[in-house]
Design a protein around this ligand. Structure first.
Ligand code: NAD
Ligand code: ZN
Ligand code: ZN
Length: 344
């Protein structure tokens, strides 16, 4: 089968032919119908060889949907042809966090060598993929594969971050979304669907801000040195109750800190690597800063249910598997509006 692989540290990913995978006991073989292109893959492909954490070659793609093509020995409860979404942050299934469905925070994944598809294990940018356990599949129940695939990360990750701030996002509150790309433009829609908060979006180009407005942002502000002042003015000086930074670089975490109000939540979701110092007098009183990762199994079901209700619609641009390297180039250049989706 064809697959998009990251083969050499520092080189572009390549479309190659690899053997068709076969499901082992307890595993499920999917015929991939759509695979999402996440900015995290670009971060992965920028890591140096010395501490590259995954085995190479690596078939990319940690957002995947497909139809069940074959069941490994002992798998029950699924049938060939079932349309499913892949829950990507695989865990052990039995530790205390996994027992809560929080496999994204599995306590034993590192020790047991469990790695998500596309982030260590073979991913979704291939004609077929192996899913290690049927519990990592959620039925699509009528959702379109292209529209649904970004929900497995670009939907689930902001959903998880937003859900923990819901008590603060009451009527009259403000939520700030920094970076309105794949994750951010879904975050805006989730905030509108789940809260009465005013949503203020920040990005670096007018083109991105247009999408932010189109998907429901009340205000869209260019992300520059004046942005924090503008956002504070929009909140009559009090600042926001929740800030979601989908970039995580020095200038954006500084903006996040500057727009946070007293007792605000600041979620640094982007993996730009910048730090936000927390300490008395450094931030408004009782601001909490978190760096959340992906989401829980139950939350993926909730996000898919929200999409079925019509509350979320992801803006997508599709590419063939042969053109997948181009999708990464375009994402790197900042010219994807919404989410790029590969059709293997
Ligand atoms: P994306 O490229 O689709 O979106 C990023 C957006 O940020 C773009 O619209 C870009 O124009 C904008 N941006 C860049 N610099 C900016 C600045 N200074 N101010 C405001 N906006 C700026 O990327 P994505 O796939 O949505 O991923 C977003 C980030 O989240 C990435 O860092 C990715 O690695 C990370 N991520 C984290 C998790 C997690 O679990 N924590 C999960 C998925 C992705
Ligand atoms: Zn991702
Ligand atoms: Zn676990």
């Amino acid at each position: 089968m064809k697959a998009l692989q990251y083969r050499t540290v520092g080189a572009a990913p390549e479309v190659v032919t690899v053997p068709d995978p076969e499901p082992g006991p307890g595993q499920v073989l999917l015929k991939v119908t759509a695979a999402g292109v996440c900015h995290s893959d670009i971060a992965v492909m920028s890591w140096p060889a010395e501490n590259f954490p995954y085995p190479l070659p690596l078939t990319l793609g940690h957002e995947g949907v497909g139809t069940v093509a074959a069941l490994g020995a002992g798998v029950t409860g699924l049938s060939e042809g079932d349309a499913v979404a892949v829950y990507g942050p695989w865990g052990c299934g039995t530790c205390a966090k996994c027992a809560e469905g929080k496999e994204n925070y599995c306590l034993r994944a590192a020790e047991l060598g469990i790695m998500p598809p596309g982030l260590g294990s073979p991913g979704s940018m291939a004609e077929y993929m192996i899913v290690d356990d049927p519990r990592h599949l959620v039925p699509l129940e009528g959702l379109d594969p292209v529209a649904a695939v970004p929900l497995t990360d670009a939907g689930l990750t902001p959903y998880h971050a937003i859900k923990r701030s819901l008590p603060k996002l009451v009527a009259g509150s403000t939520a700030v979304v920094i970076g309105t790309g794949g994750l951010g433009h879904v975050a805006i829609q989730l905030l509108r669907a789940m809260t009465p908060a005013r949503v203020v979006a920040l990005d670096v180009t007018e083109h991105k801000l247009e999408l932010a407005r189109a998907v429901g942002a009340h205000d869209a502000v260019l992300s520059d040195a004046q942005a924090a002042g503008k956002v504070r003015d929009l909140t009559s000086g009090t600042g926001a109750q929740a800030v979601f930074d989908f970039v995580g670089v020095e200038p954006t975490v500084r903006t996040a800190a500057a727009v946070a109000g007293v007792e605000a939540d600041v979620a640094i979701v982007g993996i730009g690597g910048a730090a936000l110092p927390v300490g008395f007098g450094l931030l408004p009183f009782e601001v909490s800063v978190t760096a959340p990762y992906w989401g829980t199994r139950a939350e993926l079901m909730e996000v898919l249910a929200l999409a079925r209700s019509g509350a979320v619609s992801v803006h997508t641009e599709t590419f063939s598997l042969d053109d997948a390297p181009l999708a990464y180039e375009r994402l790197h250049a900042g010219t994807i509006n919404g989410r790029a989706v590969i059709l293997p």
